[in-house]
Design a protein around this ligand. Structure first.
Ligand SMILES: NC(=O)c1ccc[n+]([C@@H]2O[C@H](COP(=O)([O-])OP(=O)(O)OC[C@H]3O[C@@H](n4cnc5c(N)ncnc54)[C@H](O)[C@@H]3O)[C@@H](O)[C@H]2O)c1
Length: 338
C-alpha cells in the first residue's frame, strides 16, 4: 500500500516524503509544480535511496487524480496541495476558494469513490483567528480573519460533516503553527517560486543581501519587547508529526481528530532576529514600521494533545531553525552561482 501526498514537492510535503520513505512507506507524489520544482523528486530519492512515484497534475483535475489513486494502491492521502499566502488570498479570494476548497472536495470525492478513507489534512493555526486565550488548545474557538484562513476552516467543516456521515473514515487535521528551517542535508527546503512574505525567509533574504533591510511590523504590541510573538517549529519536526499522525490513524477511535503541531513556546520577531544573528555571526539591518492589520500580538500552541495522543513533540531549538534556514539559503545561492 502507498501513501499519496498531494503537493508533496512543496516545502512541508517534501520533508514529509523523506520522513515517510525513511520509515519504509511507498510514497506517491501528486503535484502541479505551481510552487515547486520537479528536481525535488531527485533530491528526495537521493536523500532516501528510494524511488518515489511522481505524477504532475492538479487537484482541480478530478479524473487524473482519481486515476492516480486507482493505479497506485493508495491507502492514505496526505493533502498538502493548496495556495498559502495570506496577503494574496485577500487580493485573489476566488482563486483561494477554488484551489483550496474546490481542490479538497475533488480529493475527498475521488478518495470516496476509490474507497480510500484515511486522510491527513494540512490545516493551520490561522483557523483560530485572534487568540482569546493562550496557549491555544484544539478546543479554542475557530474564527478565520482572512480568506486563506476561511478556506482552511471550510475544509475542516467539510471533513467534520464527512466524518459525521460515515464513521469509517479516519481523518487527522494537523494545525501547523509557524514552520521554518530546512532539511539538514540542504537538499530540500523552502524554495518557493514567488518571494515569500513570512518572517524567516525575509530575515534570510536580508542577511544574504537580496534585500536592504527587514521591516518589523510594529514594536508597540503588549509583549515583552513590543514585537509579535509566534510559535516557530522546525520543518523536520513537522514532518515527523505527519508520521506520528499516520501511525495514530489506525488506532484513532474517532473518525476525526485535530492536533496542534508547534513547540508550545513563543518567540518574538526581535528574538528570532537576534538568534539568527548569533548563530550566523551576521547582521540583519532592520527598521520598525507600522503594524500590519490582522496580526495578533501573541500566538502559540498548547501541544498537550499531540504529545499525549500522537506521542510527538518538537525537538529542534530556535537556534537550529535559524541555522538550517541560513545553510539552505547559502546552498541555493551557491548552486545558482555554479
Ligand atoms: N508553510 C506554512 O507556513 C504553512 C502553515 C500552515 C499551513 N500550511 C499548509 O500546509 C500545506 C503545505 O504548505 P507548504 O508550505 O509546503 O506550501 P508549498 O507551496 O511549498 O507546497 C504546496 C505544494 O502544492 C502544490 N500545489 C499547489 N496547487 C496545486 C494544485 N492545484 N494541484 C496540485 N498541486 C498543487 C505546489 O506546487 C507545491 O508543491 C498548504 O496547504 C499550506 O496551506 C503551511
Amino acid at each position: 500500500m502507498s501513501i499519496l501526498l498531494t503537493g508533496g514537492l512543496g516545502y512541508i510535503g517534501s520533508h514529509t516524503a523523506v520522513a515517510l520513505c525513511k520509515s519504509g512507506h511507498q510514497v506517491v507524489i501528486y503535484d502541479d509544480l505551481s510552487n515547486s520544482k520537479v528536481e525535488v523528486v531527485k533530491s528526495i530519492e537521493k536523500l532516501t535511496g528510494i524511488k518515489i512515484i511522481f505524477v504532475k497534475g492538479s487537484i482541480l483535475d478530478f479524473d487524473t487524480f482519481q486515476t492516480v489513486l486507482r493505479d497506485n494502491n493508495v491507502d492514505t492521502v496526505i493533502h498538502f496541495a493548496g495556495l498559502k499566502a495570506v496577503a494574496d488570498s485577500v487580493i485573489y479570494p476566488i482563486d483561494y476558494y477554488e484551489v483550496n476548497v474546490g481542490g479538497a472536495i475533488n480529493v475527498i470525492k475521488a478518495m470516496k469513490e476509490e474507497q480510500i478513507k484515511k486522510f491527513i489534512f494540512s490545516s493551520s493555526a490561522t483557523v483560530y483567528g485572534t487568540p482569546i486565550f493562550l496557549p491555544i488548545n484544539e478546543n479554542h474557538r475557530k474564527k478565520a480573519i482572512n480568506p486563506y484562513g476561511q478556506t482552511k476552516l471550510q475544509i475542516e467543516s467539510i471533513l467534520e460533516d464527512l466524518a459525521r456521515s460515515d464513521s469509517s473514515w479516519r481523518i487527522a487535521c494537523l494545525r501547523y503553527f509557524n514552520p521554518v528551517g530546512s532539511h539538514s542535508s540542504c537538499l530540500i527546503g523552502e524554495n518557493p517560486i514567488d518571494i515569500p512574505n513570512n518572517l524567516m525567509p525575509r530575515i534570510v533574504r536580508v542577511a544574504s543581501g537580496l534585500e536592504k533591510e527587514l521591516l518589523v511590523f510594529g514594536d508597540d504590541y503588549p509583549t515583552a519587547d513590543g514585537t509579535c510573538e509566534r510559535d516557530y517549529v522546525h520543518v523536520e519536526d513537522l514532518a515527523d508529526g505527519h508520521l506520528a499522525a499516520l501511525n495514530n490513524l489506525g488506532k484513532q477511535e474517532q473518525p476525526l481528530e485535530c492536533f496542534n503541531l508547534g513547540t508550545g513556546q513563543s518567540c518574538s520577531v526581535l528574538e528570532l532576529i537576534s538568534a539568527f544573528e548569533n548563530v550566523t555571526d551576521l547582521k540583519v539591518p532592520k527598521a520598525i514600521s507600522n503594524r500590519r492589520s490582522g496580526d495578533a500580538a501573541t500566538c502559540y500552541a498548547d501541544v498537550k494533545k499531540s504529545r499525549e495522543i500522537l506521542n510527538w513533540e518538537a525537538k529542534k531549538s530556535i537556534n537550529e531553525m535559524c541555522l538550517s534556514s541560513w545553510e539552505y539559503q547559502n546552498f541555493i545561492i551557491n548552486k545558482r552561482l555554479l
